[in-house]
Design a protein around this ligand. Structure first.
Ligand code: FES
Ligand code: FES
Length: 157
């Protein structure tokens, strides 16, 4: 067992975990942050995406030990029901959510994209989201949601 200290959604935390424990399990089981979904568990679907120092990463293939001293942001850390993040609101407004299982990962991937590229082309959005799988929506509305969020962010809305 090892003790890992990191910043989680703006708060300094620490936990003692098995050296082989992956971050998605730590987040869900130790911190009860169940917005991070576990789909494939093999790095293929993107449902477990979180931000690590602002970059989108798959928490099912990231050892918790690797986040020592780093900044982890989950979907719970980007907005609330009363004050959703611009990207979350855009997903609602574009009707880009059906069952919602893929949505936290999609939103976090989109946030990482828009932080490094505020004016992405449709191709760039598709490329950024290519590792996030959705079984429900057919992707068109998700792309629209990211375009809407980008527009609103640029306009400061
Ligand atoms: S659960 Fe991590 S990529 Fe699918
Ligand atoms: S909304 Fe159901 S998997 Fe994407």
């Amino acid at each position: 067992m090892i003790t890992v200290s990191f910043n989680l959604n703006g708060k300094d935390v620490s936990c003692t975990v098995d050296a082989k424990e992956v971050l998605v399990d730590t987040l869900r089981e130790r911190f009860r942050l169940t917005g991070t979904k576990k789909g494939c568990g093999t790095g293929d679907c993107g449902a477990c995406t979180v931000l690590l120092d602002g970059e989108a990463v798959r928490s099912c293939i990231l050892l918790t030990a690797m986040v020592e001293g780093r900044k982890v942001t989950t979907i719970e850390g980007v907005g609330t029901m009363d004050h959703p993040h611009i990207v979350q609101q855009a997903f609602v407004d574009a009707s880009a959510v059906q069952c919602g299982f893929c949505t936290p990962g999609m939103v976090l991937t989109a946030i990482a994209l828009l932080n490094r590229n505020p004016n992405p082309t449709e191709d760039e959005i598709r490329t950024a989201l290519s590792g996030n799988l959705c079984r429900c929506t057919g992707y068109q509305k998700i792309i629209k949601a990211v375009q809407l969020a980008a527009e609103r962010m640029r306009e400061g809305r």
